[in-house]
Design a protein around this ligand. Structure first.
Ligand SMILES: Cc1cc2nc3c(=O)[nH]c(=O)nc-3n(C[C@H](O)[C@H](O)[C@H](O)COP(=O)(O)O)c2cc1C
Length: 198
């Protein structure tokens, strides 16, 4: 082993991250935030956006017949990725149904799911002042059961979203862009620390 490798200074590996937005509407701030993350990711990180729009409501009877293709595709995307990035709104101070539903499908079968041991990072945007803090906090509880490694800090809590995105949904607020870039760099480090090697 050479000196650089001994000091942990070897070249940093490329990372693939699966991302999804927990809102189905076309003009979703959270989808826009996820698109901004694709642009702002560190050079070694590629974020591939997964679509959850066609995932049906969780039903164990349907699952027993085999995962519907949108569910299977979602699980494959997570399994193939080094980490999972979620941009979710907050609904009634909690996790929106579509976000939780997608996680519920992905959590199956328990203990052997694609979420087991997966590094996760959460972001959220809201036009209000709460920044999705309570929704994110609730979502973190699910990752205790799925044994996923949700990054504790930094957080991305985007408040007053309507002032930070332009009419095309581009994140134009420079301090927010810088914060998202730092958050994604921290997520790359988090994956290095806790992620399983593929
Ligand atoms: C059913 C419902 C409940 C909501 N509850 C909250 C809430 O608890 N906190 C909050 O900040 N915004 C709440 N909102 C407003 C959302 O933050 C807002 O609709 C946001 O644009 C949704 O995210 P999106 O733009 O990604 O679709 C709620 C919206 C809906 C439709």
């Amino acid at each position: 082993m050479n000196a650089a490798a001994l000091a942990g200074e070897g070249p940093q590996r490329a990372l693939e991250v699966a991302g999804f937005a927990g809102s189905l509407r076309a003009a979703s701030f959270n989808r826009s935030l996820l698109r901004a993350a694709v642009e702002l990711a560190p050079e070694r990180m590629t974020i591939v956006i997964a679509d959850i729009a066609e995932i049906p409501p969780y039903n164990a009877d349907v699952e027993a017949q085999g995962d519907p293709e949108p569910v299977a595709a979602f699980k494959r995307a997570i399994a193939a990725a080094d980490g999972l990035l979620i941009a979710t709104p907050e609904y009634n101070l909690g996790v929106p149904g579509v976000t939780k539903n997608a996680i519920d499908w992905a959590s199956r079968p328990p203990r052997k799911s694609v979420l087991d041991g997966k590094p996760v990072a959460l972001m959220g945007a809201t036009p209000g002042m709460g920044g999705t803090a309570r929704g994110q906090s609730q979502l973190r509880q699910a990752f205790v059961f799925t044994n996923s490694y949700a990054m504790p800090q930094p957080e991305v809590l985007v408040r007053r979203a309507s002032e930070l995105f332009d009419t095309e949904g581009r994140l134009v607020d420079e301090p927010t862009r810088e914060h998202v870039a730092k958050f994604l760099a921290a997520f790359a480090d988090w994956i290095d620390r806790v992620g399983e090697r593929r």
